[in-house]
Design a protein. Sequence first.
Length: 468
Amino acid sequence: MSAQVDRYFHISARGSTFAREIRGGFATFFTMAYILVLNPIILGSAEDKFGAHLSGPQLVTATALVAAVMTAIMGLGGNLPLAIAAGLGLNAVVAFQIAPLMSWPDAMGLVVLEGILICVLVVTGLREAVMHAIPPSLKQAISVGIGLFIAFIGFVDAGFATRIPGDTGTVPVQLGASGHLSGWPVLVFCLGVLLTVALMARKVKGAILISIVVMTVLAIVINEIADIKPIAWGLTVPSVPDDIVAAPDFGLIGSFSLFGAFEQVGVITIVLLVFTLILSDFFDTMGTVVGVSNEAGLLDENGKVPHLGRVLLIDGVAAAAGGAASASSNTSYIESAAGVGEGARTGFASLVTGGLFALALFLTPLATVVPAQAAAPALVAVGFLLMAQVRHIDWERYDIAIPAFLTIAVMPFTYSITNGIGAGFIAYVVIKAVLGKARDVHWLLWGTAALFAVYFAIDPVEQLFGVK
């Protein structure tokens, strides 16, 4: 039996062993297990157009289920040590950009549509065409902007930065709740940030997960001995759970409406929202797949990933599966490199990681006691990691630097990833045209910029055509 498994996954052929694959599978899981906490917090902290919130325990189940199934499929079908889970950045788009415009089922229906479209693009070969149409500088700027946006969400969710209620002055946000930091929950966040960055600087594997666990324990202790109003913690009050193991709650599985969004918002808005999801997924996946494969020494003599089409197709299916389970779009994780660092070279490691996510289905009570203040430092850390890509942008060339800057700045300043991408695209094509280089811009980029122009000017456009 072991010989057959070895031949199927090419374990020996790739210079690996079962022990290395198992060790790599464990390393990948513990490096990315933080998503079981962060995804429910990001999605659960937002409300849809009708004021509805998603259930925390149900989100943990949905997150673990899709990660378990799709990571196992990636192992079996793609034969790469590549794990899949809900994408950070993608879930922020769903929570803070899409859900406020419609119901949660409608929002998740758009995620399913995104996944289906990605699969179509892969099958037709258009996915690579779209990838080549976007200049590298804008791809990097999108990642950096999402990083700042995610970090900002972390600061706000933890209460480190707050909106000034009823203020008509020039400062929209402030430090803490009253212009200075106060309260035990904010202290937990600050200590969590310091612990996370210290572990990362020491290159400790699983730094983010370790920080979440340590700060959750500290939050539980503080909540027991200090006089803290429950509302100070936000949606989740840290306390010792009654049970550690519980049956998974599959209540959100299948709770999506494929075309319900069309009844809530206009077609142009829907096209741009889906396009935003596709863009984020595109760049994240391509960079991750190539990076992990290169780290594992699996690229061929031409620098290509083995079975790339199959891998991208599975990633597209994962996006749709995430929407169908209300877990947001799922994508490949760069944390898979941790498993590669432990010796993983095949999809057998992904089977191990998927199995651990399946086990996590029964540990929901542990994930649902983590307060935002213990998890938000991870968002700040992820923001830093994404921000690092800013070094690849050529700031000496204004035709590149200005669109990149607008992309990066508009995302956190308008609390919208879509707005940032739109501002960057429009600035890019306009500057190229002004410089007499309009022919250098791919027609797909011209078309997208035109859609974004209509998106930004939707009110006067509707008035012009008598829609309002």
